[in-house]
Design a protein around this ligand. Structure first.
Ligand code: SAH
Ligand code: SF4
Length: 348
């Protein structure tokens, strides 16, 4: 097992079986070694910096029906809202004054916002917040739409693949949502010059160690710039409401292995992980994670962006809270970095 970790951190490609062996490993000494290596590799590439991204949850309307998500269109109990482009811009401007230089516009797949509206908004954010990166996380769209967003000035796109195994994907989504089209969207985004974020849930229903190994193998092949890895957390008004949440320990392990595969990747310590355990977020930051995404959404909409039960919705709407985050990161020996923090693998 130690040899496997050596090979991973020497940049060798591993087989699916080898990834599976790592996923299954429970030996505490070996895991300590894995976490140590992941921490060292992160420091070699990024020093002790943790990049801060301002998350704006622009809409809780969604036309998709992912079985795991509280915003799915079949959830009639979901509270729906959308933030107007003017208010999204104002939220980014407020964040800019606080020092944020990346804005992540995330939402359900909501056709209320036309491409034209979004492009105009992206251009306005770029103008009002010079030197900032606009990241989108708005689900699957056509190549034309992605291309328009890119031209308007968006430079990053987060679209988790959720699981790289087609049969597993089919158990988490209705038939009209397909892994092949998700993968095609990811390839298109890369092709258009976006910094692309893939990623998956840990402990989603029916997931096996083979599935997780396949996710790692996919990351090794696709080489995304960013990887979002978070535990599955049930939402009571979904078909998976009574399933168990994913394990935070396994999530941290997946983060550490991912750091071995992709030394230059930007890997957030996710909100879902922090929701399960605050402690686990710290452990992820000690084992390969190097991004935190505080919530900038206006407080009145936060509770309505309810992807899963008890989602943490406290964020960083004030300078004091940002100061608290700085202190928390210092405890882990990490330095809060508010700069754009582009992927070292990316050129405009
Ligand atoms: N609609 C967009 C962005 C919002 S959802 C999209 O799907 O890409 C953002 C992420 O939330 C999803 O990629 C999914 O991995 C995560 N998510 C949704 N429901 C979840 C749940 N119950 N537990 C953990 N993560 C969940
Ligand atoms: Fe919609 Fe995204 Fe939730 Fe799926 S995960 S239902 S696409 S918000």
């Amino acid at each position: 097992m130690r040899k496997l970790i050596d090979r991973l951190f020497q940049g060798e490609c591993l087989t699916r079986e080898e990834f599976q062996a790592l996923v299954l490993c429970e030996d505490q000494d070996v895991l300590e070694l894995l976490f140590q290596r992941a921490k060292e590799r992160t420091e070699e590439v990024f020093a002790n910096h943790v990049y801060i991204r301002g998350l704006v949850e622009i809409s809780s309307y969604c036309k998709q029906d992912c079985f795991y998500c509280g915003l799915r269109c079949s959830n009639k109990k979901a509270q729906r809202y959308r933030i107007s482009p003017e208010d999204i811009l104002a939220t980014c401007e407020k964040g800019y004054e606080m020092g944020f230089r990346t804005f992540v516009l995330q939402g359900g797949e909501d056709d209320f916002y036309t491409d034209q509206m979004l492009c105009e908004l992206i251009r306005e954010i770029c103008l009002s917040c010079p030197g900032s990166a606009v990241t989108l996380s708005l689900g699957e769209k056509s190549r034309r739409s992605y291309e328009a967003f890119r031209k308007a000035g968006a430079s990053r796109y987060l679209l988790r693949h959720e699981t790289a195994t087609a049969e597993h994907f089919a158990r988490l989504h209705p038939p009209k949502q397909r892994l092949a089209s998700r993968m095609e969207a990811l390839t298109t985004l890369k092709d258009l010059g976006f910094q692309v974020g893939a990623g998956f849930m840990v402990g989603s229903p029916f997931q096996t160690p083979e599935h997780l190994a396949e996710d790692l193998y996919f990351l090794q092949e696709f080489r995304p710039h960013m990887v979002g890895i978070g535990p599955f957390i049930p939402h009571q008004d979904t078909p998976f409401g009574s399933y168990r949440p994913g394990s935070s320990a396994l999530t941290v392990k997946m983060v550490a292995i991912t750091r071995g595969i992709l030394p230059g990747a930007l890997i957030p310590a996710t909100t879902a992980l922090a929701t399960l355990s605050k402690d686990a977020r710290g452990r992820a930051l000690q084992a390969g994670a190097n991004v935190v995404m505080p919530n900038l959404s206006p407080s009145e909409v936060r509770v309505k962006y309810n992807l899963y039960n008890n989602k943490l919705s406290t964020g960083t709407e004030s300078a004091q809270m940002l100061e608290a985050l700085r202190k928390e990161l210092e405890v882990y020996g990490r330095k809060m970095d508010m700069s754009r923090g582009d992927s070292p693998l990316w050129k405009e």
